[in-house]
Design a protein around this ligand. Structure first.
Ligand code: GLY
Length: 313
């Protein structure tokens, strides 16, 4: 039997100080909830889905409720989930009407012959599956509206900030290994503030925003979507673990390659097939938390970490 573990992230970039406590509590809560599922002997897929649903429901994060707004002030969400035992994957992109995109992604994986459904087709599928539907009134928060306004004002004076975002969180994700040694990962996002209508980021692209393979490990990414897609960041990180790198070294090496090759910044969380945990970011901050042995460890700034007993959360 393997020791179950889960790591989650609540996004990279310059998360402002006033969000610090909310973000840290949010990632700890999600890691704890995912770990409770693993402790019951359930599958890593269930654990990552629950953890990401909790992050999507928390308006402090850029996923589900609280998603960033596009140039027209609307939410368009992307999500992916993957099974490292079978390499099955499901994803949705450009959706604006479901409460939990990660669960719809799982249904694409388990109930269709496809991997990725987008826009109107994803909405028809969501209706068919009877998933919880919500409107922009639920998804759009005051904070996201203010972020869009700030972006518009700032862009007028300093130009395009797509690879040097102002503030706020970016994307959520989870990677878990269960007691059978099966690895799963999931990523969900509202994307980038002021993105073009119809822009799809890295999150729902298998191998970019997430990838897992029991033969190497599992990864979820956050950061500049266009850069992450161009280097297939998650697939590259799993490849490094397949060749024997630890999860931590694989995250560092893949992010360093992305910085060098396409000048992109971002963050990664990972668990290797051996069960070692890794995380790294080249942005100012990234919210992360992992749970194992009834302890939750979390952090936000480089070199920052705090350990909590699960009973005290
Ligand atoms: N990493 C989120 C996005 O670029 O869409």
């Amino acid at each position: 039997m393997n020791q179950p573990k889960i790591i989650v992230h609540g996004g990279a970039w310059a998360i402002p100080d006033d969000l610090r406590e909310g973000v840290l509590q949010g990632v700890r809560h999600a890691a704890n909830a995912g770990f409770q599922i693993l402790k019951q002997g359930k599958a890593s897929l269930d654990a990552v889905e629950i953890a990401v649903r909790i992050l999507e429901d928390n308006p402090v994060f850029d996923a589900g409720r609280g998603s960033c707004l596009n140039a027209k002030g609307q939410v368009e969400m992307d999500a992916v989930i993957m099974n490292g035992r079978t390499l099955a994957a499901g994803a949705v992109a450009g959706i604006d009407c479901v409460k939990n995109p990660v669960s719809l992604a799982r249904m694409v994986m388990e109930k269709t012959k496809h991997v990725l459904l987008i826009g109107e087709g994803a909405k028809l599928f969501a209706e068919e599956m009877n998933v919880e539907m919500v409107g922009q009134d639920y998804l759009v928060t005051k904070y996201a509206r203010e972020e869009l306004e700030n972006y518009r004002k700032y862009e007028k004076t300093v130009g395009n900030l797509f690879n040097n975002k102002l503030s706020g969180c970016d994307t959520v994700g989870a990677v878990a290994i269960d007691c059978h040694g099966n690895i799963a990962c999931a990523t969900s996002t509202g994307g980038i503030t002021a993105k073009r209508v119809g822009r799809v980021g890295d999150a729902p692209i298998v191998g970019a925003g997430a990838y897992c393979d029991n033969l190497g490990g599992g990864v979820s990414a956050t950061g500049h979507g266009e850069s992450i897609i161009r280097v297939s960041l998650a697939h590259q990180t799993v490849g490094l673990m397949k060749s024997g790198e630890t999860a931590d070294d694989a995250c560092k090496m893949a992010l360093s390659d992305m910085a060098e090759r396409v000048h992109g910044a971002g963050g990664l969380i990972a668990i290797s097939k051996n069960g070692d945990i890794g995380y790294h970011f080249t942005t100012e901050r990234m919210a992360w938390a992992y749970a194992s042995d009834d302890l939750v460890t979390s952090g936000l700034d480089p070199g920052d970490s705090e350990v909590f007993s699960m009973s005290k959360l």
